[in-house]
Design a protein around this ligand. Structure first.
Ligand code: SAH
Ligand code: SF4
Ligand code: F3S
Length: 446
């Protein structure tokens, strides 16, 4: 690397969608001759790829951008760009500009493919600007270069945006309406990723089960897409996220059951166990129909495990509603749970609901929920002690010298004593120890 090489740093917040979009921004920067750095003092370009899902996320990002004030003063040539879901929120670009006049470029979620041009414009004109569009041509986004940075993992978009308007959620407002990518483009990308040695392909969409709803004749269904991905040659795993329970079909369950490569794992967010709250959330399923789905999936797919997202303290949630959530968590037995305290989002339907829950009650409920889940997750982990599982070795262990971390088919993290040269390999591992979130084990001959 030349000493004068220009360097970039991308700070990514939020979900997998954003992680992958940062890989696309990195692709553009590398095509322009930039190389990555982790040191903000060395960077010529810094991009904040932001999230707006909860107030806590926003506050953290706004604070982190503020920390760049002194750096921009020291190095006026540093280009600071802010993009992602927070930038797309109504009123936010103006707020950011007013609060932090040192930001050079603010652009929205529909302007990702234009980032290279924005950077050139800033360098040539030295002018600061805001570019927020309401729609985009997805062909431009599909054509973006990518620099995959997630080890053995390749993220592949199958849809953009969301049409569901769950009453608490900002995503449909900042990501626009749902658009599917053509099956051929997706399969081409899967083949390319597998050809380049990626071992875990994750299909991404806010609701993968509604893939093709925008034009069924043109795109087909998610079940058909999954089947086509499963038929791609090579040894690799297929995962997908996120599945909305209202759209998970029997066909999808059957494709998973009969597939060779699709993991026996479903992330199926329930959000609440109370039918009254589910209706207020506009989720369009009931605890009974959700439990039916779990039952069907368990019957059809051997050794399947589940995970979920839950929001506590949605407006008007009573102790009884919350107890129904605890009850369904116990009934399903999730191997992992992502728990959130409800956060009021501007412009959403739930923002206007009476009966906001005091923060002390929300905190108390989330604590109880986490305690229940700890017991369940520990029990699930312990049932694997002594079993032999196929593990994909993904990376070096962050703490234990001579150990690697990998994942099981059902998406549990596992520590394995193994040499670095085995990263990217599938090995058979006998589980020797189980903790709440991780297993550990040793490689056995097949
Ligand atoms: N499309 C996905 C993920 C959306 S965001 C899905 O439908 O599951 C990830 C999670 O954040 C959601 O599942 C929900 O549990 C949580 N979330 C979304 N908006 C929230 C809010 N306003 N307050 C608290 N949690 C929220
Ligand atoms: Fe948000 Fe609901 Fe869409 Fe998920 S499905 S992104 S929770 S609106
Ligand atoms: Fe956040 Fe946007 Fe994802 S709001 S969770 S980064 S879609």
């Amino acid at each position: 690397m030349s000493k004068n090489a220009k360097r970039y740093l991308i700070l990514t917040y939020g979900c997998q969608m954003n992680v992958h979009e940062s890989e696309k921004l990195a692709g553009i920067l590398e095509e322009m001759g930039y190389t990555p750095t982790d040191d903000r003092n060395q960077a010529d370009v810094v991009v904040f790829n932001t999230c707006a899902i909860r107030e806590t996320a926003e506050q953290k990002i706004i604070g982190n951008i503020g920390e760049f004030k002194s750096l921009k003063r020291k190095n006026p040539n540093l280009v600071l760009a802010v993009c992602g879901c927070m930038s797309q929120q109504s009123g936010y670009p103006e707020m950011l500009k007013k609060r932090y006049s040192f930001i050079d470029i603010i652009f929205g979620t529909h302007n990702l493919a234009e980032f290279g041009n924005f950077l050139k414009r800033r360098l040539e004109t030295k002018k600061k600007f805001i570019e927020i569009s309401e729609t985009e041509d997805i062909c431009l986004r599909d054509a973006m270069p990518k620099k995959r940075t997630s080890g053995v993992n390749a993220w592949i978009n199958i849809t953009y945006g969301c049409n569901n308007f769950c009453s608490y959620c900002i995503v449909p407002y900042v990501r626009g309406k749902e658009v599917s990518r053509p099956k051929e483009a997706i399969i081409r990308e899967v083949k390319e990723a597998v050809g380049n040695g990626y071992k875990q392909i994750t299909l991404l969409g806010q609701n993968v089960n509604s893939y093709g709803n925008d034009d069924r004749a043109k795109f087909g269904t998610f079940a058909e897409l999954l089947k086509a991905v499963d038929e791609v040659d090579g040894k690799f795993r297929i995962r997908f996220m996120t599945s909305h329970p209202k759209d998970l079909t029997d066909d999808v369950i059957n494709v998973i059951a009969s597939s060779k490569k699709i993991c026996h794992y479903l992330h199926l967010p329930i959000q609440s166990g109370s039918n009254r709250i589910l209706a207020l959330m506009n989720r369009k399923y009931t605890r009974e129909s959700y439990l039916d789905l779990i039952c069907k999936a368990r019957k059809a797919i051997n050794d399947i495990e589940f995970s979920s997202d839950i929001i506590v303290g949605f407006p008007t949630e009573t102790e009884e509603d919350f107890l129904e959530t605890l009850d369904i968590v116990k009934q399903v037995g999730y191997q992992q749970l992502f728990t959130y305290v409800y956060s009021k989002r501007k412009g959403t339907v739930a923002e206007k609901l009476d009966g906001q829950i005091p923060s002390s009650i929300k905190k108390e409920r989330i604590k109880r929920l986490i305690e229940v889940e700890h017991q369940i997750a520990t029990q699930i982990s312990e049932k694997y002690i002594g079993k032999v599982l196929e593990v994909l070795l993904e990376d070096v262990h962050p703490k234990k010298e001579g150990w690697l971390v990998g994942s099981t088919d059902f998406n549990k993290t596992i520590s394995v004593k193994a040499d670095k040269s085995l990263i990217g390999s599938f090995v058979m591992v006998k589980v020797t120890n189980a903790k709440l979130t991780t297993l550990s084990g040793e490689i056995v001959e097949e």
